[in-house]
Design a protein around this ligand. Structure first.
Ligand code: UTP
Length: 286
């Protein structure tokens, strides 16, 4: 079945970025000059997703405004001949994006469940704004192709260091099927000594609609939140779930240190400011 919809949960509290996220949603924090959430919406559309659903929390209407047309600003920029700025505003105007509401930040799994009626009884993708994927890496496309071949849920995964696995959902791997690895179990943020593998779940998922039933059966887990990982564990007991390991081209923007690395990486390769930034960086590090 073709995957038409993508859910982008953006309703978390963003506590690691306070006070920046006190009045500004985390998704609107820029990576150089483009808000992270815009890069994620663009990734979904580039992979052929037609219906993008962003899950918003209280006080996050700035995200809705970001994608809405702003004819006054466009007219002003046109009149002043600021054509590059006008193009940037038009690129950010994506009125087809739809919005779901999570009234309280009860967890990533709960955020996905509030989009159920908008997704319907169909497979769908989930993209987290904390993980940015280099646009030249066709990860979501490859996941959609794997889903089309198997009809099963497919999780993006990466091999990480033995100590790093404690920060991720960790896959209990089964047999390989081409590029895919069967997911037998999944554990959120394991103690490295107990981790069943070094294969970490990264924030891209293609899920069958059976996940909604699994979410209903999921009790609050780590941090008292309804965890998507726990629901995927239940799903893997009922039907086949696969992981698609990939390497490179992922930037973590979920915490300030890694987000800073992502800023430097994007600035270094930026069309406009890249050359000047690289020269400054070389000077700084001399
Ligand atoms: P995170 O736990 O990384 O985001 O959730 P957070 O809660 O906003 O950040 P910290 O930990 O407080 O700094 C991963 C993704 O799930 C969304 C977040 O917006 C983020 O994109 N999320 C999380 C929700 O939409 N709702 C929730 O209740 C929790």
């Amino acid at each position: 079945m073709t995957v038409r919809s993508a859910v982008i949960p953006a309703a978390g509290l963003g506590t690691r970025f306070l006070p920046a996220t006190k009045a500004t949603p985390k998704g609107l924090l820029p990576v150089v000059d483009v808000p992270a959430i815009q890069l994620v919406v663009e990734e979904a559309l580039a992979a052929g997703i037609e219906d993008v659903i962003v899950v918003l929390g209280p006080g996050q209407d700035g995200i809705r405004e970001h994608f809405a047309p702003n004819p006054t600003l466009e007219a002003e920029l046109e009149e002043r001949g600021k054509l590059d700025a006008l193009a940037a505003v038009r690129r950010a105007t994506i009125p087809s994006v739809r919005f779901a509401r999570q009234a309280e930040a009860l967890g990533l799994g709960h955020a996905v469940s509030v989009a159920e009626s908008m997704v319907g009884d169909a497979p769908f993708a989930v993209l987290l704004g904390d993980d940015l994927i280099d646009p030249s890496v066709p990860l979501l496309r490859d996941m959609l192709a794997s889903h089309a071949r198997t009809g099963a849920s497919v999780l993006a995964a990466m091999h990480v260091g033995a100590r790093e696995i404690a920060m991720y959902g960790c896959i209990g791997p089964g047999e390989a099927d081409g590029d895919l690895v069967r997911v037998l179990s999944i554990v959120e943020k394991p103690d490295p000594a107990d981790a069943p593998s070094d294969l970490a779940v990264i924030g891209r998922y293609v899920l069958t609609p059976a996940i909604f039933d699994a979410l209903r059966r999921t009790s609050p887990g780590a941090g008292g939140e309804i965890q998507l990982t726990d629901a995927i564990g239940l799903l893997a007991a009922d039907e086949r779930v696969f992981a698609l390991p990939f390497a490179g081209g992922r930037f973590d923007v979920g915490n300030p240190l890694d987000a800073m690395k992502a800023q430097v990486e994007r600035a270094r390769t930026h069309d406009e400011i890249g050359p000047a930034f690289r020269a400054w960086l070389n000077e700084l590090l001399r």
